[in-house]
Design a protein around this ligand. Structure first.
Ligand SMILES: *[C@@H]1O[C@H](CO)[C@@H](O)[C@H](O)[C@H]1NC(C)=O
Ligand SMILES: *[C@@H]1O[C@H](CO)[C@@H](O)[C@H](O)[C@H]1NC(C)=O
Ligand SMILES: *[C@@H]1O[C@H](CO)[C@@H](O)[C@H](O)[C@H]1NC(C)=O
Ligand SMILES: *[C@@H]1O[C@H](CO)[C@@H](O)[C@H](O)[C@H]1NC(C)=O
Ligand SMILES: *[C@@H]1O[C@H](CO)[C@@H](O)[C@H](O)[C@H]1NC(C)=O
Length: 435
């Protein structure tokens, strides 16, 4: 970057990146509500809805990471009410002075924080009143010269910094990059956070959300802007109605630095996929057998494809297609039950339970062998069993591709710590509603 004055450049860096508050460990605790929580769905309906959403999300993430940056059109028609959502958890906090409430969907697979913003050119319906910058004394537009403006994949300068941000499922938002005071819970107030004031928004938004909270790896995400060395979440049972905690900061008070088993976080150098959190997965064990999956099946390729993404916005894990075929075969071989040809769950692999059945059905264990960490999943994190319908299903799928996306069904009741300072991730089994 060549500017006439280096000093000017330095001043801008200073203004953009100076942390305004020093956050202490776990200063910010937010409640996550699952999008389907409290709506009276049965377990079966919840599984069906997760299966649908997973198919949509997997397709979306994969197209996103492969899509060339061509001119974009903002979809005009929001999804009809029956379409699957592609993000799973809602989070509430406020912005502005006085504070105006927001409901955003959590997304570790993208970076921008944005909410619908008055005056709208095109906004979708939301449960809350639209955020109105005119009513906030702390709202400001961000300068075009700001680093966060230039860090956005598509920004344009017309006196202010305008952005266009799109998601793999075709959803998109256009607006002004602005700054506001954010209020988390009743205690923590952080001034000067940049966000998208979206006045032209469209796509799949059917959970009454007002926008999306990006927790990805890029510079505009909430995590990067707060300068957090770590964050964590712990998803309670997807069949329950309790909320799950999202902790911004290091949860050292829970573990007193005793977290030992950690696996490296990997960054994708390909510019299309820099938001995602990648893990190094070496293999999978089903029951007694370590499956003969070639290491290359889980490898991140130089062109940015493949790899293993951990995602808070995918419902059910989608394994690399070759790996999934081997997992499926291993289950069929080891579960001594007939395969059900059709299942109301729409899951790929279900078994028919015998009519008279006492006690638990033996199912093979499932272990992800991450680098340095073997994560054995609790049974309820990969098996759906319905005695009255006489079926038992594997809650996992193929991504239909070379990528693997670890979804939140597999993450239930595991406290997952993103230790960004050390580029590591830890998995701590936990009863998430008790944290
Ligand atoms: C079991 O399946 C039946 C449909 O066959 C459904 O009505 C019921 O809600 C399911 N039960 C559970 C616990 O998923
Ligand atoms: C959205 O919010 C409105 C008003 O608060 C409520 O009546 C409606 O049920 C909500 N819809 C969903 C899908 O949560
Ligand atoms: C917010 O601003 C709008 C007009 O911009 C006004 O009608 C409304 O009363 C204001 N609300 C508050 C709480 O100030
Ligand atoms: C961590 O330390 C605190 C205070 O010393 C103690 O109360 C707590 O039980 C410890 N937690 C663990 C997980 O060891
Ligand atoms: C499943 O389909 C196969 C072939 O179509 C059939 O032979 C088998 O009996 C069916 N199984 C059940 C449980 O219906």
């Amino acid at each position: 970057m060549k500017t006439s004055s280096n000093l000017k450049f330095i001043v801008h860096i200073f203004i953009s990146f100076v942390p305004l508050v020093i956050l202490k460990a776990s200063d910010i605790r937010l409640d996550l509500t699952h999008v389907d929580s409290g709506k009276g769905f049965t377990k079966l309906e919840l599984v069906q809805r997760m299966t649908f959403r997973t198919n949509a999300r997997t397709a979306a993430l994969l197209t996103k990471s492969m899509k060339p940056t061509n001119p974009i059109t903002v979809p005009v028609h929001p999804g009809n009410g029956d379409e699957p959502y592609d993000r799973e958890y809602l989070v509430r906090f406020s912005i502005g002075t006085p504070p105006q409430p927001l409901i955003l969907t959590l997304d570790t697979g993208s970076d921008l924080i944005w909410t619908q913003c008055l005056p709208c050119i095109q906004c979708f319906d939301q449960g809350l009143p639209f955020y109105n910058p005119a009513n906030s004394s702390t709202f400001a537009y961000l300068s075009c010269l700001s680093n966060l403006c230039t860090a956005l994949p598509m920004a344009a300068c017309h006196q202010q910094c305008f952005y266009l941000y799109e998601y793999g499922d075709g959803s998109a938002t256009v607006g002004s990059v602005s700054t506001e005071t954010f209020t988390f819970g009743s205690k923590v107030t952080v001034p000067g956070i940049s966000f998208g004031c979206g006045f032209l928004n469209g796509g799949i938004f059917v959970s009454n959300e007002s926008g999306i909270l990006g927790l990805g790896r890029g510079p505009v995400s909430l995590i990067s802007q707060l300068g957090l060395g770590a964050f964590s979440y712990c998803f309670t049972s997807l069949f329950g109605s309790k909320s799950s905690p999202l902790l911004l900061g290091s949860p050292t008070n829970f573990y007193n630095n005793t977290v030992k088993s950690t696996t490296p976080l990997i960054q994708n150098q390909n510019p299309t996929s820099t938001s995602f959190y990648y893990l190094s997965l070496k293999g999978i064990t089903v029951g007694k057998s370590l499956l003969r999956i070639p290491h290359s099946a889980f490898a991140l390729q130089d062109d940015g494809t493949g790899g293993v993404i951990i995602d808070s916005g995918s419902a059910i894990t989608g394994l690399n297609d070759d790996a999934y075929k081997l997992v499926r075969k291993a289950f069929i071989h080891q579960v001594k039950l007939p395969i059900a040809n059709e299942s109301m769950t729409y899951l790929d692999l279900c078994f028919t339970l015998p009519e008279s059945l006492s006690g638990d059905v033996d199912v093979p264990k499932f272990v992800f062998h991450f680098e340095n960490v073997d994560l054995e999943l609790p049974r309820e994190n990969y098996i759906y069993e319905n005695r009255s319908a006489g079926e038992l299903c594997l809650v996992m799928s193929s991504s239909g591709d070379t990528s693997t996306i670890i979804g939140n069904f597999q993450q239930q009741n595991i406290h997952i710590l993103y230790d960004l300072e050390n580029e590591k991730m830890s998995f701590m089994p936990a009863q998430c509603d008790k944290l």
